[in-house]
Unconditional design. Structure first.
Length: 295
């Protein structure tokens, strides 16, 4: 029994001391998690081997003795012997080590992989934005094309023509069918940038088709009288007003950012939000590329 007590005490001291040494780098900012993990694995193996060998040897050589408990299960009795001191010390030491591990060695509220990823992402975005703080139009268009091919082409196609109507044709600002749909049904999907939305029924009858033809045609020709209801928010030139109505003449930075943030519901279906996927520079680049498609 004495040897077991001594062994348990030595094991506890070795476990705590070894863990402290392995984690010592934490206080100077280095990564010690691998060392801590390996030490924990070695400690578990050591404890397991120690316990198995000890009790296998005890079963071979020791004779059971002591007072039997009154309860029996299928004729099998149980002695009321105290817990071995060494086992108890090892158990208590493991509990103490657990609290040390969670609060000092590897604090559960001090690190997370998601937190590390967020920090690295913010650092990368800061470097990216600094590098491309004042890009030229050509640079933006090239960057926007790369962004489009990765993020947008799966739905809109590599040529941005909408894959036979499955998504909006981005080679032009807006299609006639979409204008008709919005006039008849209204639109309020871009709530962040344009909280007021657009009510339905801003035109009726033949005026709907006339206005849709004019807007989808790029504001060419004589402006129809019915467009006056649209001009109140979108402007006579169709370039919109901040927080009131979007630009319906071209893909300016504001409308692209608004759609990426909130998504867009139209006559074809619903485009999901891409909020957080692109930084501000990438959004401007994407807008520049889309504008270049209509030139």
């Amino acid at each position: 029994m004495k040897s077991m007590v001594v062994g348990g005490i030595i094991l506890i001291i070795a476990l705590l001391a070894g863990t402290y040494l392995a984690a010592g780098d934490a206080f100077i900012g280095d990564d010690y998690i691998n060392s801590l993990t390996m030490l924990g694995a070695v400690a578990i193996i050591t404890i397991s081997v120690f316990v198995v060998l000890k009790y296998v040897n005890q079963m071979k050589n020791d004779t059971a003795s002591g007072d039997l408990a009154e309860e029996k299960w299928d004729g099998i009795g149980e002695y009321k012997n105290p817990i071995p001191t060494g086992w108890a010390l090892a158990f208590i030491g493991s509990i103490l080590w657990m609290f040390w591990y969670f609060t000092i060695g590897y604090p559960i509220n001090g690190f997370s992989q998601i937190g590390q990823w967020n920090e690295e992402t913010l650092e990368y975005n800061a470097k990216f934005e600094k590098k491309w703080e004042n890009p030229s139009t050509e640079t933006l268009e090239a960057m926007g094309q790369s962004t489009f091919l990765v993020q947008c082409s799966p739905c809109h196609g590599v040529t941005a023509e909408g894959i036979e109507g499955k998504a909006q044709d981005l080679t032009k600002r807006i299609a006639k069918e979409q204008v008709v749909h919005i006039i008849n049904n209204g639109s309020n999907s871009l709530k962040t940038a344009y909280p007021g939305g657009m009510p339905a029924g801003m035109a009726f009858g033949d005026d709907v088709d006339v206005v849709a033809e004019y807007v989808a045609g790029g504001f060419q020709g004589e402006q129809p009288a019915a467009y006056a209801a649209c001009a109140g928010c979108h402007g006579a030139d169709g370039k919109g007003m901040p927080y009131v109505a979007p630009n319906i003449r071209e893909y300016d930075d504001a409308i692209v950012s608004a759609v990426l943030k909130d998504g867009k519901k139209g006559n074809i279906g619903m485009m999901p939000s891409f909020d957080g996927r692109l930084n501000e520079t990438q959004q401007k680049a994407l807008a520049a590329y889309l504008r270049s498609l209509g030139e």
